[in-house]
Design a protein around this ligand. Structure first.
Ligand SMILES: [Cu+2]
Length: 348
Protein backbone atom coordinates (compact mmCIF):
# COMPACT_ATOMS: atom_id res chain seq x y z
CA UNK A 1 0.00 0.00 0.00
CA UNK A 2 1.35 3.50 -0.71
CA UNK A 3 3.02 4.88 2.41
CA UNK A 4 1.46 8.33 1.97
CA UNK A 5 -1.95 6.88 2.88
CA UNK A 6 -2.90 6.93 6.56
CA UNK A 7 -2.67 3.36 7.77
CA UNK A 8 -0.39 2.42 4.87
CA UNK A 9 2.65 0.34 5.76
CA UNK A 10 1.55 -2.18 8.36
CA UNK A 11 4.43 -4.16 9.84
CA UNK A 12 4.57 -7.94 10.04
CA UNK A 13 3.12 -9.49 13.18
CA UNK A 14 5.21 -8.70 16.30
CA UNK A 15 7.26 -6.15 14.38
CA UNK A 16 7.66 -2.40 14.78
CA UNK A 17 7.91 0.02 11.96
CA UNK A 18 8.97 3.64 11.86
CA UNK A 19 7.96 5.99 9.12
CA UNK A 20 9.45 9.44 8.56
CA UNK A 21 8.08 11.63 5.85
CA UNK A 22 8.80 15.07 4.45
CA UNK A 23 5.98 16.74 2.56
CA UNK A 24 6.01 19.94 0.57
CA UNK A 25 2.79 21.46 -0.72
CA UNK A 26 2.42 24.54 -2.91
CA UNK A 27 -0.94 26.33 -3.11
CA UNK A 28 -2.26 29.19 -5.26
CA UNK A 29 -3.80 31.00 -7.01
CA UNK A 30 -7.15 31.97 -5.52
CA UNK A 31 -10.20 30.04 -6.62
CA UNK A 32 -13.95 30.30 -6.05
CA UNK A 33 -15.96 27.24 -7.04
CA UNK A 34 -14.14 25.83 -10.06
CA UNK A 35 -12.89 29.21 -11.36
CA UNK A 36 -9.48 30.71 -10.65
CA UNK A 37 -9.75 34.35 -9.66
CA UNK A 38 -7.32 37.21 -9.67
CA UNK A 39 -6.22 38.98 -6.47
CA UNK A 40 -7.19 42.28 -8.13
CA UNK A 41 -10.82 41.06 -8.23
CA UNK A 42 -11.11 40.90 -4.44
CA UNK A 43 -8.70 43.62 -3.26
CA UNK A 44 -10.32 46.87 -2.17
CA UNK A 45 -11.79 48.24 1.02
CA UNK A 46 -12.75 45.69 3.70
CA UNK A 47 -16.47 46.09 3.02
CA UNK A 48 -17.59 42.46 3.08
CA UNK A 49 -17.26 42.01 -0.71
CA UNK A 50 -13.66 43.08 -1.20
CA UNK A 51 -10.76 42.75 1.24
CA UNK A 52 -7.79 44.83 2.38
CA UNK A 53 -5.45 41.84 2.08
CA UNK A 54 -5.52 38.76 -0.18
CA UNK A 55 -3.42 35.59 -0.15
CA UNK A 56 -1.38 34.88 -3.29
CA UNK A 57 0.48 31.65 -2.62
CA UNK A 58 1.09 29.28 0.24
CA UNK A 59 3.87 26.81 0.96
CA UNK A 60 3.50 24.12 3.61
CA UNK A 61 6.39 21.99 4.87
CA UNK A 62 5.38 19.05 7.00
CA UNK A 63 7.75 16.59 8.67
CA UNK A 64 5.80 13.54 9.83
CA UNK A 65 6.88 10.80 12.18
CA UNK A 66 4.91 7.63 12.75
CA UNK A 67 5.39 4.42 14.70
CA UNK A 68 3.34 1.23 14.40
CA UNK A 69 3.31 -2.19 15.99
CA UNK A 70 1.40 -5.31 14.96
CA UNK A 71 0.04 -7.22 17.95
CA UNK A 72 -1.45 -10.05 15.90
CA UNK A 73 -1.86 -10.94 12.22
CA UNK A 74 -5.04 -8.88 12.26
CA UNK A 75 -4.47 -5.99 14.65
CA UNK A 76 -1.97 -3.16 14.56
CA UNK A 77 -1.76 0.20 16.29
CA UNK A 78 -0.03 3.35 15.12
CA UNK A 79 0.64 6.88 16.33
CA UNK A 80 1.67 9.81 14.17
CA UNK A 81 2.57 13.44 14.61
CA UNK A 82 3.99 16.22 12.46
CA UNK A 83 5.92 19.42 12.62
CA UNK A 84 4.34 21.96 10.28
CA UNK A 85 5.62 25.20 8.81
CA UNK A 86 3.22 27.42 6.84
CA UNK A 87 4.24 30.38 4.69
CA UNK A 88 1.56 32.45 2.99
CA UNK A 89 2.35 35.38 0.70
CA UNK A 90 -0.14 38.19 1.27
CA UNK A 91 -0.86 41.15 -1.03
CA UNK A 92 -2.15 44.50 0.30
CA UNK A 93 -4.74 46.78 -1.26
CA UNK A 94 -3.60 50.19 -2.55
CA UNK A 95 -4.24 52.02 0.73
CA UNK A 96 -2.17 49.55 2.80
CA UNK A 97 0.58 49.49 0.17
CA UNK A 98 0.70 53.28 0.59
CA UNK A 99 0.72 53.32 4.38
CA UNK A 100 3.21 50.45 4.84
CA UNK A 101 5.40 51.22 1.81
CA UNK A 102 5.39 47.54 0.81
CA UNK A 103 3.38 45.34 -1.58
CA UNK A 104 2.57 42.80 1.11
CA UNK A 105 4.30 40.32 3.39
CA UNK A 106 4.74 36.61 4.06
CA UNK A 107 2.63 35.36 6.95
CA UNK A 108 4.30 32.42 8.72
CA UNK A 109 3.42 29.95 11.45
CA UNK A 110 4.98 26.74 12.64
CA UNK A 111 4.56 24.14 15.33
CA UNK A 112 3.51 20.63 16.16
CA UNK A 113 0.35 19.10 14.71
CA UNK A 114 -2.38 17.17 16.46
CA UNK A 115 -1.39 13.64 17.52
CA UNK A 116 -3.22 10.83 15.73
CA UNK A 117 -3.60 7.41 17.34
CA UNK A 118 -5.15 4.69 15.19
CA UNK A 119 -5.95 1.00 15.34
CA UNK A 120 -6.21 -1.13 12.21
CA UNK A 121 -8.22 -4.32 12.42
CA UNK A 122 -8.28 -6.80 9.53
CA UNK A 123 -11.73 -8.40 9.52
CA UNK A 124 -11.38 -10.32 6.26
CA UNK A 125 -8.54 -12.13 4.54
CA UNK A 126 -8.46 -15.03 2.10
CA UNK A 127 -5.10 -16.32 3.45
CA UNK A 128 -3.31 -15.28 6.63
CA UNK A 129 0.27 -15.56 5.38
CA UNK A 130 -0.07 -14.59 1.73
CA UNK A 131 -3.42 -12.83 1.35
CA UNK A 132 -4.53 -11.80 -2.12
CA UNK A 133 -7.58 -10.00 -0.76
CA UNK A 134 -8.03 -8.40 2.63
CA UNK A 135 -10.22 -5.77 4.21
CA UNK A 136 -9.67 -3.75 7.38
CA UNK A 137 -11.25 -1.04 9.47
CA UNK A 138 -9.30 1.90 10.88
CA UNK A 139 -10.46 3.67 14.02
CA UNK A 140 -8.91 6.17 16.35
CA UNK A 141 -8.62 9.72 17.54
CA UNK A 142 -6.86 12.92 16.64
CA UNK A 143 -5.78 14.55 19.92
CA UNK A 144 -5.41 18.35 20.24
CA UNK A 145 -1.64 18.68 20.67
CA UNK A 146 -1.48 21.38 17.98
CA UNK A 147 -2.31 25.05 18.51
CA UNK A 148 -5.37 27.16 17.70
CA UNK A 149 -4.11 30.57 18.84
CA UNK A 150 -1.12 31.23 16.58
CA UNK A 151 -0.73 34.99 16.09
CA UNK A 152 0.72 37.47 13.62
CA UNK A 153 4.34 38.37 14.40
CA UNK A 154 5.66 40.10 11.26
CA UNK A 155 2.67 41.99 9.88
CA UNK A 156 3.76 45.44 8.60
CA UNK A 157 0.27 46.85 9.27
CA UNK A 158 0.07 48.76 12.57
CA UNK A 159 -1.85 46.98 15.33
CA UNK A 160 -2.03 43.57 13.62
CA UNK A 161 0.83 41.79 15.40
CA UNK A 162 -0.48 39.80 18.35
CA UNK A 163 -3.89 39.23 16.70
CA UNK A 164 -5.00 35.70 15.85
CA UNK A 165 -3.91 33.99 12.61
CA UNK A 166 -6.56 32.74 10.19
CA UNK A 167 -7.87 29.15 10.52
CA UNK A 168 -5.45 27.14 8.37
CA UNK A 169 -2.38 28.88 9.79
CA UNK A 170 -3.24 27.12 13.07
CA UNK A 171 -1.51 23.78 13.56
CA UNK A 172 -4.36 21.98 15.33
CA UNK A 173 -8.13 21.61 15.47
CA UNK A 174 -8.43 22.21 19.22
CA UNK A 175 -10.74 19.21 19.65
CA UNK A 176 -10.58 15.44 20.13
CA UNK A 177 -11.65 14.17 16.72
CA UNK A 178 -12.87 10.64 15.98
CA UNK A 179 -11.46 8.93 12.88
CA UNK A 180 -12.97 5.94 11.15
CA UNK A 181 -11.80 4.32 7.97
CA UNK A 182 -12.11 1.34 5.68
CA UNK A 183 -9.36 -0.32 3.63
CA UNK A 184 -9.46 -2.94 0.92
CA UNK A 185 -6.18 -4.42 -0.38
CA UNK A 186 -5.79 -6.87 -3.23
CA UNK A 187 -2.92 -8.39 -5.18
CA UNK A 188 -2.19 -10.51 -8.23
CA UNK A 189 1.58 -10.66 -8.46
CA UNK A 190 3.22 -8.36 -9.66
CA UNK A 191 0.27 -5.99 -9.09
CA UNK A 192 -1.20 -4.57 -5.90
CA UNK A 193 -4.33 -2.48 -5.76
CA UNK A 194 -6.71 -1.13 -3.17
CA UNK A 195 -9.23 1.39 -2.00
CA UNK A 196 -9.41 3.43 1.19
CA UNK A 197 -11.97 5.75 2.73
CA UNK A 198 -11.47 7.73 5.91
CA UNK A 199 -13.67 10.15 7.83
CA UNK A 200 -12.33 12.58 10.40
CA UNK A 201 -15.28 14.15 12.18
CA UNK A 202 -15.23 17.27 14.35
CA UNK A 203 -18.06 16.84 16.77
CA UNK A 204 -17.85 19.69 19.27
CA UNK A 205 -16.47 23.23 19.58
CA UNK A 206 -12.93 24.02 20.70
CA UNK A 207 -11.89 26.67 23.28
CA UNK A 208 -12.36 29.39 20.66
CA UNK A 209 -15.96 28.26 20.14
CA UNK A 210 -15.72 26.73 16.66
CA UNK A 211 -15.04 23.41 15.02
CA UNK A 212 -13.42 22.42 11.75
CA UNK A 213 -15.49 20.97 8.94
CA UNK A 214 -15.52 17.18 8.87
CA UNK A 215 -13.19 15.65 6.34
CA UNK A 216 -13.78 12.62 4.13
CA UNK A 217 -10.85 11.23 2.13
CA UNK A 218 -10.91 8.45 -0.42
CA UNK A 219 -8.14 6.83 -2.38
CA UNK A 220 -7.72 4.21 -5.09
CA UNK A 221 -4.25 2.92 -5.88
CA UNK A 222 -2.40 0.53 -8.15
CA UNK A 223 1.18 -0.60 -7.59
CA UNK A 224 3.28 -2.56 -10.05
CA UNK A 225 6.46 -4.36 -9.09
CA UNK A 226 8.90 -3.84 -11.95
CA UNK A 227 12.01 -5.20 -10.19
CA UNK A 228 12.46 -7.06 -6.90
CA UNK A 229 13.49 -3.75 -5.27
CA UNK A 230 11.36 -1.33 -7.23
CA UNK A 231 7.61 -0.67 -7.31
CA UNK A 232 5.77 1.98 -9.35
CA UNK A 233 2.55 3.39 -7.93
CA UNK A 234 -0.38 5.50 -9.04
CA UNK A 235 -3.21 6.91 -6.95
CA UNK A 236 -6.47 8.72 -7.45
CA UNK A 237 -7.32 10.66 -4.29
CA UNK A 238 -10.23 12.81 -3.24
CA UNK A 239 -11.14 15.00 -0.29
CA UNK A 240 -14.45 16.43 0.85
CA UNK A 241 -14.17 18.99 3.60
CA UNK A 242 -16.82 21.17 5.20
CA UNK A 243 -16.58 24.84 6.19
CA UNK A 244 -15.50 25.94 9.67
CA UNK A 245 -18.54 26.27 11.95
CA UNK A 246 -17.95 29.91 12.91
CA UNK A 247 -15.28 32.46 13.78
CA UNK A 248 -12.99 32.04 16.79
CA UNK A 249 -13.94 34.03 19.88
CA UNK A 250 -11.06 36.41 19.18
CA UNK A 251 -12.65 37.34 15.82
CA UNK A 252 -16.36 37.03 16.57
CA UNK A 253 -16.27 38.94 19.87
CA UNK A 254 -12.90 40.72 20.04
CA UNK A 255 -12.93 41.81 16.38
CA UNK A 256 -9.50 40.45 15.43
CA UNK A 257 -9.28 39.96 11.64
CA UNK A 258 -11.97 42.60 11.06
CA UNK A 259 -11.59 46.15 9.72
CA UNK A 260 -10.91 48.54 12.60
CA UNK A 261 -10.93 45.66 15.10
CA UNK A 262 -14.75 45.80 15.04
CA UNK A 263 -16.49 42.40 14.84
CA UNK A 264 -19.37 44.00 12.90
CA UNK A 265 -17.06 45.31 10.15
CA UNK A 266 -15.86 43.34 7.12
CA UNK A 267 -13.07 40.75 7.20
CA UNK A 268 -9.58 42.07 6.48
CA UNK A 269 -8.90 39.04 4.26
CA UNK A 270 -11.03 36.15 2.99
CA UNK A 271 -8.97 33.85 5.25
CA UNK A 272 -10.89 35.05 8.33
CA UNK A 273 -14.30 34.01 6.97
CA UNK A 274 -15.18 30.49 8.21
CA UNK A 275 -17.20 29.95 5.01
CA UNK A 276 -14.12 30.22 2.76
CA UNK A 277 -12.88 26.71 3.57
CA UNK A 278 -13.51 23.23 2.31
CA UNK A 279 -14.95 21.86 -0.88
CA UNK A 280 -14.13 18.86 -3.04
CA UNK A 281 -10.68 18.11 -4.43
CA UNK A 282 -9.51 15.27 -6.65
CA UNK A 283 -5.84 14.62 -7.38
CA UNK A 284 -3.63 12.11 -9.15
CA UNK A 285 -0.38 10.87 -7.58
CA UNK A 286 2.51 9.08 -9.25
CA UNK A 287 5.51 7.67 -7.46
CA UNK A 288 7.73 4.75 -6.64
CA UNK A 289 8.96 2.62 -3.76
CA UNK A 290 12.55 1.47 -3.65
CA UNK A 291 14.05 -1.07 -1.27
CA UNK A 292 17.72 -0.15 -0.74
CA UNK A 293 18.26 -2.94 1.81
CA UNK A 294 15.84 -5.49 3.30
CA UNK A 295 13.28 -4.01 5.77
CA UNK A 296 13.89 -0.49 4.45
CA UNK A 297 11.69 1.30 1.90
CA UNK A 298 12.05 4.72 0.33
CA UNK A 299 8.98 6.22 -1.35
CA UNK A 300 8.66 9.35 -3.46
CA UNK A 301 5.24 10.57 -4.60
CA UNK A 302 4.20 13.63 -6.61
CA UNK A 303 0.56 14.79 -6.49
CA UNK A 304 -1.23 17.01 -9.01
CA UNK A 305 -4.84 18.21 -8.66
CA UNK A 306 -7.28 17.41 -11.48
CA UNK A 307 -10.50 18.85 -10.02
CA UNK A 308 -11.11 21.45 -7.30
CA UNK A 309 -14.52 22.82 -6.42
CA UNK A 310 -13.85 25.11 -3.47
CA UNK A 311 -15.89 27.20 -1.05
CA UNK A 312 -14.16 30.43 -1.86
CA UNK A 313 -12.39 32.56 -2.40
CA UNK A 314 -9.55 30.39 -1.06
CA UNK A 315 -6.15 29.17 -2.31
CA UNK A 316 -6.32 26.08 -4.50
CA UNK A 317 -3.79 23.25 -4.42
CA UNK A 318 -0.96 23.54 -6.92
CA UNK A 319 1.23 20.46 -6.36
CA UNK A 320 2.60 18.28 -3.58
CA UNK A 321 5.75 16.20 -3.13
CA UNK A 322 6.24 13.62 -0.40
CA UNK A 323 9.35 11.63 0.46
CA UNK A 324 8.93 8.80 2.97
CA UNK A 325 11.40 6.45 4.62
CA UNK A 326 10.08 3.29 6.21
CA UNK A 327 11.96 0.79 8.39
CA UNK A 328 10.73 -2.43 9.97
CA UNK A 329 12.20 -3.88 13.15
CA UNK A 330 11.48 -7.55 13.83
CA UNK A 331 11.23 -8.49 17.53
CA UNK A 332 12.26 -11.91 18.76
CA UNK A 333 8.63 -13.04 18.46
CA UNK A 334 8.27 -12.23 14.77
CA UNK A 335 8.26 -14.91 12.08
CA UNK A 336 11.25 -13.33 10.39
CA UNK A 337 13.29 -13.57 13.59
CA UNK A 338 12.42 -17.26 13.76
CA UNK A 339 13.88 -17.72 10.29
CA UNK A 340 10.61 -17.76 8.37
CA UNK A 341 10.68 -15.42 5.38
CA UNK A 342 7.21 -14.02 4.66
CA UNK A 343 6.33 -14.57 0.98
CA UNK A 344 6.30 -10.90 0.02
CA UNK A 345 8.87 -8.19 -0.36
CA UNK A 346 7.26 -4.89 -1.26
CA UNK A 347 3.82 -3.56 -1.81
CA UNK A 348 2.21 -4.84 1.39
CU1 LIG B 1 -16.27 17.95 -7.03
Amino acid sequence: MPLNITGGGIPETHEFRFKVSQMFMAMGSLRDGTNDIDNADILGSANGTTFAVAPEEMRTYMTMGSVAYSFTDDFAMMAMMSYIRNEMDMEFNGALQGSTGTRGFTMTSDGQSDLTVLGKYRFFTDDHLAPTKQASVLFGLSLPTGEIEKEFTNNPVAGQNGTIHPFKMQTGSGTVDPIIGFTFQGSTDPWWYGANAQLEAHVYDNDQGYRRGSELRYDFYVMHQVHHRFVLLGELQGWYEGTFSREPYRGRILGEGHAGGNPNSGFLSPLFDPQNYGGHKVAVSLGFQFQPIPLHILELVATLPIHQDLNGPQLRDDYMLQLTYYVEFPTKNSRRHKGFKPPKELGF
